[in-house]
Ligand binder design. Structure first.
Ligand code: GLA
Length: 692
């Protein structure tokens, strides 16, 4: 709900359990007034203005107050160079429009032909507030240069201390959760890589250092953008905490010509009084209902051939794997890299998207027909944004890649990045993808992206900063068109694992390849970090071979399944090397997963415990599912029991496997009875049904 008080010139945006208020100052500066627990409009108008305890001629009078800072001594959200060199913006208020839960505030510069729209959207079923900005050149003369165009800036009430939660990592170790105090001054979180990144993810959470999994106030924001980005957190000397964020890293600029406008991506914010767990659950619900294109679907069990075959794919080999995949219960068979062009390694072939005639003499259809005959859907790996120099495409169009004149073109994984901001490149990519999906019964694309940008430029373009933004928009546009034209098509986002997972790409994809690291023990931490923001419904998780190819770790099949069953279960091992007994056991786990799938994928998630004994609980109506994992410990050590959440203390719960009936109150107080023998890796699945 959105209310406006014309006397105090204050807007109040209310969600079920939070409120956000902003105020228009005497000089038309939009100021932040409140973000936190619910308030009435009258209460919001009474919120005192922040007073800097150390006012001086060296402090800005509006320290940390502006909704979108354009000047001052903290980081600016908007930085512009007007023709003639002026840099400051002086806004004048042009009115506002409320359309349901959508508020648009119109501003224009007092002197220069620059207009802005600040957008806010709230919904009745979510505490997430979406914000974004549109800038427009309203004149007819010279262009102006945007040096920074953030989506939104945020501020929290003064707290005794500030702590930042984020995820960091690298290829195969992404989504490592870190929580650390915010230092004084500016802390920059950024990606300069052209993708949202493995090394960081464009979300942050702020608390006072005292919030926990199940309690405390947490303010969090997440950017809906899949390219390079920047969030600057500022803890001022007056102990205000503000942050500003948007697309592009430092130095990415944009020329705004007469009549042109620039729309930023959404930077969404959430206040929760329910600790980190409550924060995650609110994001999960928002993403499922309002971000994912088909959030209400159940994701199928995938078999993916990558770890089994590498690039050595053939029609016969894939058919053999498909037969076993169907036997263990896979519902979607995905052929990974290696099926096209001269693709026998990562050294050649990217860009030549026709089936390799040696591997697929009659094209893809015989394999697809066999997969369908086995009762599975068919998916295929693509990496549309990339080209190997050793390819017919690159030989024909060496100028189609991001590059700079007279500069070296750095190869990473022997490949270069195609410039999807160039219309002819985007048309080519859309053309072959459309023909691929149209001409065959393909239900699923694993859309990969395996290198960061370097020497990102488009010679002759005159506006070199645009490539960073244009590329992402080009990718989005092609995904959107493919989905619109092929309603059955589902897409998995992948960038060498979890290098491109964000609210922007999730708007046009159905699941994410979480990490190339499929070692179940390592996955526990990766999944823990992933799930801070993103729902299990999007978290693809395969069971693969043991010992693991990356870590050499040997883990029981049961443990591998129990970890992967916490997300969208898939199988990625070489089933041909599994024994009949292992395949039988796998089939039982897959069947069990299908049984608990509605609870895991559509239920409400609670994270339980601390290492060495942790778990994840999912609740949907009367059903409760817990997956618990015990890491190696010492003889005699007794891990703290896993106490479930959100049970009715007065109800009884039947264990669906043992038939034993438990009191809710006892489970809540004393934890789940888990059978975890020995001291090594051990796991359990508990299924409970609340009795009427
Ligand atoms: C990336 C993906 C893998 C696999 C390979 C294929 O690394 O993350 O899952 O698809 O590419 O080359």
């Amino acid at each position: 709900m959105i209310e406006f008080d014309p006397t105090h010139r204050i807007w109040l945006l209310s969600t079920p359990a939070s409120a956000y208020a902003l105020r228009l100052d005497e000089d038309d500066t939009l100021c932040h007034a409140h973000w936190g627990r619910p308030l009435t409009l009258e209460q919001a108008a009474a919120v005192p203005r922040f007073r800097n305890p150390a006012e001086s001629t060296f402090e800005h009078p509006r320290e940390g107050e502006a909704e979108l800072p354009v000047s001052g001594f903290g980081p600016s959200a908007l930085q512009i160079r007007f023709p003639g060199g002026a840099r400051e913006i002086e806004w004048r208020y042009d009115g506002h429009v409320v359309d349901g839960g959508h508020l648009t505030i119109h501003l224009h510069d007092r002197h220069y032909p620059l207009a802005a729209e600040l957008h806010y959207r709230v919904r009745e079923d979510s505490d997430v507030l979406e914000r974004w900005t549109v800038l427009r050149h309203t004149g007819t003369d010279a262009p102006m240069e945007l040096l920074r165009a953030d989506s939104a800036s945020w501020s929290v009430p003064r707290l005794p201390d500030y702590r930042l939660s984020q995820v960091t990592g690298a290829w195969s170790s992404e989504f490592r959760l870190r929580r650390e105090p915010v230092p004084g001054g500016e802390t920059v979180l950024t990606s300069r890589r052209g993708v949202s990144g493995h090394h960081a993810n464009p979300w942050i959470m702020i608390d006072d250092g005292g919030a926990g999994e199940h309690h405390g106030e947490v303010w969090s924001t997440a950017l809906a953008w899949s390219g390079s980005w920047r969030v600057t957190v500022h803890r001022s000397s007056a102990e205000r905490l503000c942050w500003t964020g948007g697309f592009g890293h430092e130095g990415v600029t944009w020329w705004l010509g007469p009549g042109e406008s620039l729309e930023t991506p959404v930077f969404a914010g959430l206040y929760s009084a329910g600790g980190f767990g409550g924060t995650s659950r609110a994001w999960h619900a928002y993403i499922t209902r309002h971000v994912l294109p088909a959030g209400s679907e159940l994701r199928p069990v995938i078999y993916n051939s990558w770890e089994a075959t590498g690039w050595a794919v053939t029609e016969e080999g894939q058919k053999r794997l498909a037969a076993l995949a169907a036997e263990v219960g896979a519902e979607l068979f995905v052929m990974d890299d290696g099926w096209f062009g001269a693709r026998d390694s990562d050294g050649a072939g990217l860009g030549d998207w026709a089936p390799n005639p040696g591997k697929f003499p009659a094209g893809l259809d015989p394999l697809i027909a066999e997969v369908r005959r086995l009762g599975m859907r068919f998916g295929i790996w693509v990496e549309p944004e990339m080209v190997n120099p050793d390819s017919d495409l690159y030989r024909a169009h060496p100028d189609w890649v991001l590059h700079q004149p007279d500069r070296h073109r750095t190869l990473l994984r022997n490949q270069l990045v195609l410039d999807f901001g160039r219309p002819e490149v985007a048309a080519w990519a859309h053309g072959w993808l459309d023909r691929l999906v149209d001409g065959h019964e393909i239900d699923f694309l694993k859309w990969d992206m395996n290198r960061a940008f370097t020497e990102a430029g488009r010679p002759g373009s005159g506006d070199p900063g645009r490539v960073w933004i244009d590329h992402v928009r080009g990718v989005y546009d092609i995904m959107d068109r493919l989905r619109a034209d092929h309603p059955r098509l589902r897409i998995e986002t992948c960038a060498g694992g979890g290098g491109r997972v964000d609210l922007g790409v999730l708007r046009r994809t159905d699941e994410a390849w979480t990490s190339d690291n499929t070692d179940a023990a390592d996955r526990i931490a990766i999944q823990h970090g992933y799930g801070q923001l993103y729902p299990a419904r999007t978290m693809a998780a395969w069971v693969t071979d043991s010992p693991h190819f990356l870590t050499g770790r040997d883990l029981p099949l049961r443990f591998r399944f129990h970890v992967a069953m916490a997300g969208v279960l898939g199988i990625g091992g070489d089933l041909l090397s599994w024994s009949a007994a292992e395949r039988e056991e796998a089939a039982e786990f897959v069947a069990l997963y299908k049984e608990i799938r509605p609870v895991v994928q559509h239920g409400v998630q609670y994270r339980l415990g601390d290492p060495p004994l942790t778990g994840v609980q999912y609740v949907a109506d009367e059903r409760v599912v817990v997956l618990a994992w015990r890491l190696p410990t010492s003889f005699g050590v007794s891990p703290v029991p896993l106490r479930p959440r959100a049970l009715d203390p007065d109800a009884r719960y039947r264990d669906d496997d043992t038939g034993i009936v438990h009191h809710g109150a006892v489970l809540l107080a004393h934890g789940l009875p888990l059978d975890l023998p020995g001291t090594g890796y051990a796991s359990a699945l508990v299924r409970l049904t609340r009795l009427p």
